[in-house]
Design a protein around this ligand. Structure first.
Ligand code: ADP
Ligand code: MG
Length: 212
């Protein structure tokens, strides 16, 4: 996967976030402050603005992810900005300046992204956050690769695990972030950040498929 695949990922992520902006915001209205879709749409719009703009123009997979992370951190006010920003920065750092990224390298980058989110936000699986989608997804992806799955199957595993993880947040009580202020009243709603993680990983799977 070359820089073009990663550029396509980020552009598609921006599109799918924009298309789901109201949905994400409604999810956040139930257990937060109704801004998750707005926050992310604003952030990814800013990312699109910087992606091709000299002197920041990024030309490697890692450079594109690092630029994405930096922009999300600087443009998104909510908790999700620094968390996603750190995720993309860590993934970018993990890829280094490689011009081409294979599945194991991508898997390691996603592991690094998860580690960054957990280091910053201190959420564990079951706390009803984006970690509940990202952690099982990275696990399923590395397992599929280790078992010799085809790239298509590995990406299907990634997205399906994220989706299952997001749905599984519905019966949970939030223990981190704004939703935790609701206590037991946070039960019965899907976590917005887990849903946006599904969308972003879905865009990755799509970009990788299109790039082959
Ligand atoms: P805010 O909560 O500041 O309004 P957003 O609405 O943009 O920010 O994002 C909310 C999402 O951020 C939540 O649905 C959750 O997935 C994620 N989140 C919040 N706190 C944490 C945390 N400590 N660790 C991981 N994810 C978190
Ligand atoms: Mg919010």
């Amino acid at each position: 996967m070359d820089a073009e695949v990663f550029r396509t990922w980020i552009v598609s992520a921006a599109e799918v976030i924009e298309a789901n902006r109201d949905h994400l915001t409604q999810l956040d209205a139930a257990i937060g402050d109704a801004d998750h879709g707005i926050n992310l749409a604003r952030g990814f719009t800013a990312v699109l603005g910087t992606l091709d703009t000299p002197p920041t123009k990024a030309s490697t997979p890692g450079g594109i992810l690092t630029l994405t992370g930096n922009t999300l951190i600087s443009k998104v006010g909510g908790a999700s900005g620094p968390l996603y920003g750190t995720a993309f920065r860590r993934a970018g750092k993990s890829l280094g300046d490689a011009a081409d990224v294979d599945l194991p390298a991508l898997s390691a980058a996603l592991d690094a992204a998860l580690a960054g989110v957990q280091q910053l936000g201190a959420a564990r699986e079951g706390d009803k956050t984006m970690v509940d989608a990202l952690a099982p997804a990275t696990r399923a992806f590395s397992k599929a690769i280790a078992e010799g799955a085809s790239p298509d199957d590995a990406f299907v595993s990634l997205v399906e695990a994220a989706q299952a993880g997001a749905v599984a947040t519905i019966p949970l009580q939030a223990l981190k972030g704004r939703a935790s202020y609701l206590g037991p009243r946070s039960v019965g709603h899907e976590d917005p950040g887990a849903v946006s993680t599904v969308l972003i990983l879905g865009a990755l799977a799509e970009a990788a498929r299109a790039g082959r």
